[in-house]
Write a protein that binds this ligand. Structure first.
Ligand code: FAD
Ligand code: GLY
Length: 369
Protein backbone atom coordinates (compact mmCIF):
# COMPACT_ATOMS: atom_id res chain seq x y z
CA UNK A 1 0.00 0.00 0.00
CA UNK A 2 1.38 3.39 -1.00
CA UNK A 3 1.17 6.44 1.30
CA UNK A 4 -0.49 8.68 -1.29
CA UNK A 5 -2.89 8.16 -4.21
CA UNK A 6 -4.47 10.51 -6.73
CA UNK A 7 -7.83 9.03 -5.75
CA UNK A 8 -9.24 6.55 -3.25
CA UNK A 9 -12.50 4.74 -4.08
CA UNK A 10 -14.50 3.41 -1.12
CA UNK A 11 -16.63 0.37 -2.00
CA UNK A 12 -15.99 -2.45 -4.47
CA UNK A 13 -19.51 -3.00 -5.77
CA UNK A 14 -20.26 -2.33 -9.42
CA UNK A 15 -20.32 1.46 -8.89
CA UNK A 16 -16.95 1.72 -7.12
CA UNK A 17 -15.35 -0.76 -9.54
CA UNK A 18 -16.61 1.22 -12.56
CA UNK A 19 -15.23 4.44 -11.05
CA UNK A 20 -11.84 2.81 -10.38
CA UNK A 21 -11.73 1.55 -13.98
CA UNK A 22 -12.49 4.94 -15.52
CA UNK A 23 -9.93 6.71 -13.33
CA UNK A 24 -7.29 4.07 -14.05
CA UNK A 25 -7.90 4.67 -17.76
CA UNK A 26 -6.96 8.31 -17.07
CA UNK A 27 -3.60 7.13 -15.66
CA UNK A 28 -4.50 8.19 -12.12
CA UNK A 29 -2.99 6.28 -9.19
CA UNK A 30 -5.95 4.60 -7.52
CA UNK A 31 -6.64 2.57 -4.40
CA UNK A 32 -10.02 0.85 -4.07
CA UNK A 33 -10.98 -0.32 -0.58
CA UNK A 34 -13.69 -2.97 -0.15
CA UNK A 35 -14.74 -4.16 3.30
CA UNK A 36 -15.57 -7.67 2.08
CA UNK A 37 -15.02 -8.98 -1.48
CA UNK A 38 -15.39 -7.31 -4.88
CA UNK A 39 -19.01 -7.47 -6.03
CA UNK A 40 -20.04 -9.70 -3.15
CA UNK A 41 -22.89 -7.62 -1.69
CA UNK A 42 -25.88 -6.01 -3.45
CA UNK A 43 -24.20 -6.20 -6.85
CA UNK A 44 -24.10 -10.00 -6.86
CA UNK A 45 -27.77 -10.17 -5.81
CA UNK A 46 -28.96 -8.27 -8.89
CA UNK A 47 -30.68 -9.80 -11.90
CA UNK A 48 -28.62 -7.64 -14.23
CA UNK A 49 -31.39 -6.23 -16.42
CA UNK A 50 -30.37 -3.08 -18.29
CA UNK A 51 -33.96 -1.95 -17.91
CA UNK A 52 -33.86 1.67 -19.06
CA UNK A 53 -37.34 1.41 -20.58
CA UNK A 54 -38.79 -1.15 -18.18
CA UNK A 55 -37.81 0.68 -15.00
CA UNK A 56 -38.30 4.36 -15.91
CA UNK A 57 -41.83 5.75 -15.91
CA UNK A 58 -40.92 9.41 -16.58
CA UNK A 59 -39.04 10.89 -19.55
CA UNK A 60 -36.74 12.94 -17.34
CA UNK A 61 -32.99 13.41 -16.79
CA UNK A 62 -32.89 10.04 -15.03
CA UNK A 63 -34.31 8.29 -18.12
CA UNK A 64 -31.85 10.15 -20.35
CA UNK A 65 -28.94 9.08 -18.11
CA UNK A 66 -30.24 5.48 -18.04
CA UNK A 67 -30.49 5.34 -21.85
CA UNK A 68 -26.98 6.78 -22.13
CA UNK A 69 -25.65 4.14 -19.73
CA UNK A 70 -27.50 1.36 -21.56
CA UNK A 71 -25.76 2.47 -24.78
CA UNK A 72 -22.36 2.51 -23.03
CA UNK A 73 -22.78 -1.25 -22.50
CA UNK A 74 -22.44 -1.68 -26.29
CA UNK A 75 -18.81 -2.60 -26.71
CA UNK A 76 -18.12 -2.65 -22.95
CA UNK A 77 -18.05 -6.45 -22.78
CA UNK A 78 -15.33 -6.62 -25.41
CA UNK A 79 -13.35 -3.74 -23.86
CA UNK A 80 -13.37 -5.34 -20.41
CA UNK A 81 -12.71 -8.84 -21.78
CA UNK A 82 -9.57 -7.60 -23.53
CA UNK A 83 -8.16 -6.27 -20.23
CA UNK A 84 -9.56 -8.78 -17.75
CA UNK A 85 -10.33 -12.03 -19.60
CA UNK A 86 -13.76 -11.97 -17.89
CA UNK A 87 -16.95 -12.35 -19.96
CA UNK A 88 -19.81 -10.14 -18.68
CA UNK A 89 -22.30 -12.67 -20.16
CA UNK A 90 -24.54 -10.23 -21.95
CA UNK A 91 -27.74 -11.81 -23.27
CA UNK A 92 -29.47 -9.88 -26.03
CA UNK A 93 -32.93 -11.47 -26.05
CA UNK A 94 -34.78 -8.27 -25.05
CA UNK A 95 -37.76 -8.12 -22.71
CA UNK A 96 -41.53 -8.62 -22.80
CA UNK A 97 -43.31 -6.31 -20.37
CA UNK A 98 -46.55 -8.25 -20.03
CA UNK A 99 -50.09 -6.87 -19.80
CA UNK A 100 -52.57 -8.85 -17.67
CA UNK A 101 -55.36 -6.24 -17.79
CA UNK A 102 -56.78 -3.40 -19.91
CA UNK A 103 -55.13 -0.93 -17.48
CA UNK A 104 -51.75 -2.60 -18.09
CA UNK A 105 -52.30 -2.27 -21.85
CA UNK A 106 -53.08 1.46 -21.58
CA UNK A 107 -50.02 2.08 -19.39
CA UNK A 108 -47.63 0.03 -21.51
CA UNK A 109 -48.78 1.50 -24.82
CA UNK A 110 -47.53 4.91 -23.67
CA UNK A 111 -44.06 3.55 -24.55
CA UNK A 112 -45.02 2.72 -28.16
CA UNK A 113 -43.24 5.79 -29.58
CA UNK A 114 -39.86 4.86 -28.08
CA UNK A 115 -37.29 3.54 -30.58
CA UNK A 116 -36.61 0.23 -28.92
CA UNK A 117 -40.25 -0.63 -28.09
CA UNK A 118 -42.94 -2.39 -30.15
CA UNK A 119 -46.39 -3.57 -29.06
CA UNK A 120 -47.12 -7.30 -29.53
CA UNK A 121 -50.59 -8.83 -29.47
CA UNK A 122 -51.19 -11.91 -27.35
CA UNK A 123 -50.80 -14.17 -30.42
CA UNK A 124 -47.54 -12.48 -31.39
CA UNK A 125 -46.16 -12.94 -27.87
CA UNK A 126 -47.16 -16.61 -27.80
CA UNK A 127 -45.66 -17.10 -31.23
CA UNK A 128 -42.29 -15.85 -29.97
CA UNK A 129 -42.44 -17.28 -26.43
CA UNK A 130 -45.03 -20.12 -26.52
CA UNK A 131 -44.77 -20.94 -22.80
CA UNK A 132 -45.88 -17.47 -21.66
CA UNK A 133 -49.15 -17.47 -19.70
CA UNK A 134 -52.33 -17.68 -21.75
CA UNK A 135 -53.91 -14.99 -19.52
CA UNK A 136 -51.99 -12.08 -21.05
CA UNK A 137 -53.60 -9.29 -23.06
CA UNK A 138 -50.38 -8.59 -25.02
CA UNK A 139 -46.94 -7.15 -24.23
CA UNK A 140 -44.46 -4.40 -25.02
CA UNK A 141 -41.35 -5.89 -26.55
CA UNK A 142 -38.24 -3.91 -25.55
CA UNK A 143 -35.33 -4.82 -27.78
CA UNK A 144 -32.66 -2.87 -25.84
CA UNK A 145 -33.54 -3.97 -22.29
CA UNK A 146 -31.07 -6.86 -22.40
CA UNK A 147 -29.24 -8.30 -19.40
CA UNK A 148 -25.73 -9.04 -18.11
CA UNK A 149 -24.41 -11.02 -15.12
CA UNK A 150 -23.64 -8.32 -12.52
CA UNK A 151 -20.99 -10.18 -10.52
CA UNK A 152 -18.95 -10.74 -13.68
CA UNK A 153 -19.34 -7.12 -14.85
CA UNK A 154 -18.08 -5.95 -11.46
CA UNK A 155 -15.17 -8.40 -11.38
CA UNK A 156 -14.28 -7.45 -14.96
CA UNK A 157 -14.27 -3.73 -14.08
CA UNK A 158 -12.06 -4.34 -11.02
CA UNK A 159 -9.66 -6.67 -12.81
CA UNK A 160 -9.39 -4.30 -15.78
CA UNK A 161 -8.71 -1.39 -13.37
CA UNK A 162 -5.98 -3.49 -11.76
CA UNK A 163 -4.48 -4.29 -15.17
CA UNK A 164 -4.25 -0.52 -15.70
CA UNK A 165 -2.44 -0.01 -12.39
CA UNK A 166 -5.19 0.40 -9.75
CA UNK A 167 -4.58 -1.24 -6.38
CA UNK A 168 -7.52 -3.21 -4.99
CA UNK A 169 -7.74 -4.00 -1.29
CA UNK A 170 -10.41 -6.52 -0.27
CA UNK A 171 -11.35 -7.20 3.38
CA UNK A 172 -10.26 -3.60 4.08
CA UNK A 173 -13.08 -1.37 5.35
CA UNK A 174 -12.54 2.36 5.39
CA UNK A 175 -13.05 3.38 9.00
CA UNK A 176 -12.62 7.11 8.74
CA UNK A 177 -12.16 9.87 6.16
CA UNK A 178 -10.87 13.21 7.29
CA UNK A 179 -10.69 16.52 5.46
CA UNK A 180 -7.15 17.38 6.31
CA UNK A 181 -5.41 20.42 4.80
CA UNK A 182 -4.17 19.75 1.26
CA UNK A 183 -4.85 16.02 1.19
CA UNK A 184 -7.65 13.80 2.49
CA UNK A 185 -6.73 11.10 5.00
CA UNK A 186 -8.33 7.68 4.77
CA UNK A 187 -8.04 5.31 7.71
CA UNK A 188 -8.24 1.52 7.27
CA UNK A 189 -7.22 -1.35 9.60
CA UNK A 190 -4.09 -1.68 7.42
CA UNK A 191 -3.05 1.93 8.03
CA UNK A 192 -3.71 5.49 6.88
CA UNK A 193 -3.34 6.68 3.30
CA UNK A 194 -3.69 10.17 1.81
CA UNK A 195 -5.39 11.12 -1.43
CA UNK A 196 -6.17 14.18 -3.54
CA UNK A 197 -9.69 12.86 -4.16
CA UNK A 198 -12.07 10.44 -2.48
CA UNK A 199 -15.05 8.76 -4.15
CA UNK A 200 -17.66 7.32 -1.78
CA UNK A 201 -19.40 4.36 -3.48
CA UNK A 202 -20.43 2.19 -0.56
CA UNK A 203 -23.99 1.39 -1.65
CA UNK A 204 -26.63 1.28 1.06
CA UNK A 205 -23.89 1.54 3.71
CA UNK A 206 -22.77 4.99 2.52
CA UNK A 207 -24.56 6.88 5.33
CA UNK A 208 -21.68 6.49 7.80
CA UNK A 209 -19.17 8.10 5.41
CA UNK A 210 -21.61 10.85 4.40
CA UNK A 211 -21.96 11.63 8.09
CA UNK A 212 -18.20 11.73 8.71
CA UNK A 213 -17.97 14.19 5.83
CA UNK A 214 -20.57 16.48 7.36
CA UNK A 215 -23.65 15.31 5.43
CA UNK A 216 -26.59 13.66 7.16
CA UNK A 217 -28.21 11.95 4.17
CA UNK A 218 -30.41 8.95 4.87
CA UNK A 219 -30.07 5.71 2.90
CA UNK A 220 -32.95 3.24 2.98
CA UNK A 221 -32.49 -0.47 2.48
CA UNK A 222 -35.08 -2.05 0.18
CA UNK A 223 -34.39 -5.75 0.41
CA UNK A 224 -34.90 -7.89 -2.69
CA UNK A 225 -35.16 -11.69 -2.65
CA UNK A 226 -34.51 -13.85 -5.71
CA UNK A 227 -34.21 -17.48 -6.68
CA UNK A 228 -32.96 -19.37 -9.69
CA UNK A 229 -34.10 -22.62 -11.31
CA UNK A 230 -32.61 -24.89 -13.95
CA UNK A 231 -34.49 -24.74 -17.22
CA UNK A 232 -33.85 -27.91 -19.22
CA UNK A 233 -37.45 -28.05 -20.38
CA UNK A 234 -38.61 -25.09 -22.47
CA UNK A 235 -37.20 -22.53 -24.90
CA UNK A 236 -37.15 -19.01 -23.39
CA UNK A 237 -34.90 -16.25 -24.71
CA UNK A 238 -36.85 -13.14 -23.72
CA UNK A 239 -37.00 -11.71 -20.19
CA UNK A 240 -40.59 -11.71 -18.88
CA UNK A 241 -41.52 -8.77 -16.63
CA UNK A 242 -44.67 -7.72 -14.84
CA UNK A 243 -45.34 -5.54 -11.83
CA UNK A 244 -41.69 -5.37 -10.68
CA UNK A 245 -41.31 -9.16 -10.99
CA UNK A 246 -39.26 -10.84 -13.66
CA UNK A 247 -37.93 -14.07 -15.11
CA UNK A 248 -34.51 -13.58 -16.65
CA UNK A 249 -33.11 -16.37 -18.87
CA UNK A 250 -29.36 -16.64 -18.26
CA UNK A 251 -26.98 -17.96 -20.91
CA UNK A 252 -26.19 -20.88 -18.58
CA UNK A 253 -29.75 -22.24 -18.83
CA UNK A 254 -30.77 -20.95 -15.40
CA UNK A 255 -33.80 -18.70 -14.98
CA UNK A 256 -33.42 -15.94 -12.39
CA UNK A 257 -36.71 -15.08 -10.71
CA UNK A 258 -37.09 -11.85 -8.73
CA UNK A 259 -37.72 -9.92 -6.71
CA UNK A 260 -39.41 -8.78 -3.54
CA UNK A 261 -39.37 -5.14 -2.36
CA UNK A 262 -39.02 -4.95 1.43
CA UNK A 263 -38.30 -1.42 2.65
CA UNK A 264 -36.47 -1.16 5.96
CA UNK A 265 -35.27 -4.78 6.03
CA UNK A 266 -31.47 -4.87 6.53
CA UNK A 267 -31.04 -8.68 6.57
CA UNK A 268 -29.19 -10.15 3.59
CA UNK A 269 -30.87 -13.54 4.09
CA UNK A 270 -34.08 -14.40 2.18
CA UNK A 271 -37.13 -15.66 4.03
CA UNK A 272 -39.71 -18.24 2.99
CA UNK A 273 -42.54 -15.72 2.71
CA UNK A 274 -40.51 -13.64 0.29
CA UNK A 275 -39.57 -16.64 -1.84
CA UNK A 276 -43.19 -17.84 -1.85
CA UNK A 277 -44.43 -14.49 -3.14
CA UNK A 278 -41.98 -14.40 -6.08
CA UNK A 279 -42.70 -18.05 -6.95
CA UNK A 280 -46.40 -17.20 -7.11
CA UNK A 281 -45.81 -14.24 -9.43
CA UNK A 282 -43.42 -16.27 -11.60
CA UNK A 283 -46.07 -18.96 -12.13
CA UNK A 284 -48.58 -16.36 -13.33
CA UNK A 285 -46.10 -15.30 -16.05
CA UNK A 286 -44.67 -18.73 -16.94
CA UNK A 287 -46.77 -21.65 -15.60
CA UNK A 288 -44.18 -24.26 -16.73
CA UNK A 289 -41.70 -22.91 -14.19
CA UNK A 290 -43.34 -24.87 -11.37
CA UNK A 291 -41.74 -28.13 -12.57
CA UNK A 292 -38.21 -26.76 -12.74
CA UNK A 293 -35.51 -27.71 -10.26
CA UNK A 294 -34.41 -25.10 -7.73
CA UNK A 295 -30.81 -23.94 -8.13
CA UNK A 296 -30.39 -21.41 -5.26
CA UNK A 297 -31.94 -18.42 -3.50
CA UNK A 298 -30.50 -15.19 -2.11
CA UNK A 299 -31.22 -11.61 -1.08
CA UNK A 300 -29.61 -8.18 -1.46
CA UNK A 301 -30.17 -4.66 -0.15
CA UNK A 302 -31.07 -2.04 -2.74
CA UNK A 303 -29.56 1.33 -1.80
CA UNK A 304 -32.64 3.55 -1.62
CA UNK A 305 -32.96 7.33 -1.34
CA UNK A 306 -36.10 9.38 -0.65
CA UNK A 307 -36.77 10.21 -4.33
CA UNK A 308 -35.39 6.93 -5.71
CA UNK A 309 -32.57 8.74 -7.52
CA UNK A 310 -28.87 8.30 -6.78
CA UNK A 311 -26.51 10.89 -5.33
CA UNK A 312 -23.83 11.48 -7.96
CA UNK A 313 -21.69 14.56 -7.64
CA UNK A 314 -19.33 16.67 -5.60
CA UNK A 315 -19.49 17.44 -1.91
CA UNK A 316 -21.28 20.82 -1.68
CA UNK A 317 -18.35 22.38 0.23
CA UNK A 318 -15.33 20.35 -0.88
CA UNK A 319 -14.85 19.48 -4.55
CA UNK A 320 -12.14 16.92 -3.71
CA UNK A 321 -14.84 14.58 -2.41
CA UNK A 322 -17.35 12.94 -4.76
CA UNK A 323 -20.27 10.63 -4.08
CA UNK A 324 -21.89 7.88 -6.15
CA UNK A 325 -24.43 6.02 -4.05
CA UNK A 326 -28.14 5.28 -3.87
CA UNK A 327 -28.63 3.57 -7.24
CA UNK A 328 -31.64 1.67 -5.85
CA UNK A 329 -33.13 -0.67 -8.52
CA UNK A 330 -30.76 0.31 -11.34
CA UNK A 331 -27.11 0.26 -10.26
CA UNK A 332 -26.12 -2.34 -12.84
CA UNK A 333 -27.72 -0.36 -15.64
CA UNK A 334 -26.26 2.94 -14.39
CA UNK A 335 -22.70 1.78 -13.61
CA UNK A 336 -21.00 2.71 -16.91
CA UNK A 337 -22.46 6.23 -16.98
CA UNK A 338 -21.79 6.74 -13.25
CA UNK A 339 -18.17 5.58 -13.55
CA UNK A 340 -17.57 7.93 -16.46
CA UNK A 341 -19.33 10.90 -14.82
CA UNK A 342 -17.41 10.60 -11.55
CA UNK A 343 -14.12 10.20 -13.39
CA UNK A 344 -14.89 13.28 -15.52
CA UNK A 345 -15.68 15.30 -12.38
CA UNK A 346 -12.37 14.33 -10.80
CA UNK A 347 -10.53 15.06 -14.05
CA UNK A 348 -12.28 18.45 -14.25
CA UNK A 349 -13.73 17.63 -17.66
CA UNK A 350 -16.96 19.02 -19.04
CA UNK A 351 -19.99 17.07 -17.84
CA UNK A 352 -23.71 17.03 -18.63
CA UNK A 353 -25.22 19.71 -16.38
CA UNK A 354 -28.76 18.23 -16.44
CA UNK A 355 -27.49 15.00 -14.91
CA UNK A 356 -25.36 16.83 -12.38
CA UNK A 357 -28.39 18.90 -11.37
CA UNK A 358 -30.74 15.89 -11.14
CA UNK A 359 -28.39 13.84 -8.94
CA UNK A 360 -26.75 16.63 -6.89
CA UNK A 361 -26.12 15.93 -3.22
CA UNK A 362 -27.86 19.08 -1.95
CA UNK A 363 -31.16 18.68 -3.84
CA UNK A 364 -34.23 19.50 -1.80
CA UNK A 365 -35.63 15.96 -2.09
CA UNK A 366 -32.70 14.63 0.00
CA UNK A 367 -33.74 13.32 3.41
CA UNK A 368 -31.60 13.96 6.44
CA UNK A 369 -31.34 11.86 9.54
P1 FAD B 1 -22.91 -2.58 -3.55
O1 FAD B 1 -22.91 -3.61 -4.60
O2 FAD B 1 -23.63 -2.88 -2.29
O3 FAD B 1 -21.41 -2.22 -3.25
C1 FAD B 1 -21.06 -1.39 -2.17
C2 FAD B 1 -19.82 -2.01 -1.56
O4 FAD B 1 -19.29 -1.12 -0.58
C3 FAD B 1 -20.13 -3.32 -0.85
O5 FAD B 1 -19.37 -4.35 -1.46
C4 FAD B 1 -19.71 -3.06 0.60
O6 FAD B 1 -19.11 -4.18 1.21
C5 FAD B 1 -18.72 -1.91 0.44
N1 FAD B 1 -18.58 -1.06 1.63
C6 FAD B 1 -19.55 -0.56 2.43
N2 FAD B 1 -19.02 0.22 3.40
C7 FAD B 1 -17.68 0.23 3.18
C8 FAD B 1 -16.55 0.82 3.85
N3 FAD B 1 -16.71 1.62 4.93
N4 FAD B 1 -15.30 0.59 3.37
C9 FAD B 1 -15.10 -0.19 2.28
N5 FAD B 1 -16.12 -0.81 1.63
C10 FAD B 1 -17.39 -0.59 2.06
N6 FAD B 1 -29.98 -3.13 -10.82
C11 FAD B 1 -30.04 -3.15 -12.18
O7 FAD B 1 -29.56 -2.22 -12.84
N7 FAD B 1 -30.65 -4.18 -12.82
C12 FAD B 1 -31.22 -5.23 -12.16
O8 FAD B 1 -31.75 -6.15 -12.77
C13 FAD B 1 -31.18 -5.21 -10.75
N8 FAD B 1 -31.76 -6.23 -10.05
C14 FAD B 1 -31.68 -6.22 -8.68
C15 FAD B 1 -32.24 -7.29 -7.99
C16 FAD B 1 -32.14 -7.35 -6.62
C17 FAD B 1 -32.75 -8.51 -5.88
C18 FAD B 1 -31.45 -6.32 -5.92
C19 FAD B 1 -31.31 -6.40 -4.44
C20 FAD B 1 -30.91 -5.25 -6.61
C21 FAD B 1 -31.01 -5.18 -8.00
N9 FAD B 1 -30.48 -4.12 -8.74
C22 FAD B 1 -30.53 -4.13 -10.10
C23 FAD B 1 -29.89 -2.97 -8.06
C24 FAD B 1 -28.36 -3.07 -8.01
O9 FAD B 1 -28.00 -4.33 -7.51
C25 FAD B 1 -27.78 -1.97 -7.11
O10 FAD B 1 -28.28 -0.69 -7.46
C26 FAD B 1 -26.25 -1.95 -7.25
O11 FAD B 1 -25.71 -3.23 -7.00
C27 FAD B 1 -25.62 -0.95 -6.31
O12 FAD B 1 -24.24 -1.06 -6.47
P2 FAD B 1 -23.23 -0.38 -5.45
O13 FAD B 1 -21.85 -0.61 -5.96
O14 FAD B 1 -23.67 1.01 -5.16
O15 FAD B 1 -23.50 -1.18 -4.09
N1 GLY C 1 -34.18 -3.77 -11.06
C1 GLY C 1 -34.73 -4.96 -10.53
C2 GLY C 1 -34.78 -5.02 -9.07
O1 GLY C 1 -34.29 -4.13 -8.41
O2 GLY C 1 -35.33 -5.94 -8.55
Amino acid sequence: MKKHYDAVVIGGGIIGSAIAYHLAKENKSIALFESETIGGRTTSAAAGMLGAHAECEERDAFFDFALHSQRLYRGLGEELYTLSGIDIRQHNGGMFKLAFSKEDVLRLRKMDDLDSVSWHTKDEVLDKEPYTSDDIFGASFIQDDVHVEPYFVCKAYAKAAKALGAEIFEHTPVLHVERDGDALSIETPKGIVWADHVAVASGVWSGMLFKQLGLNHAFFSVKGECLSVWNDDIPLTTTLYHDHCYIVPRKSGRLVVGATMKPGDWSETPDLGGLESIMKKAKTMLPAIQNMKVDRFWAGLRPGTKDGKPYIGRHPEDSRIVFAAGHFRNGILLAPATGALISDLIMNKEVNQDWLHAFRIDRKEAVHI
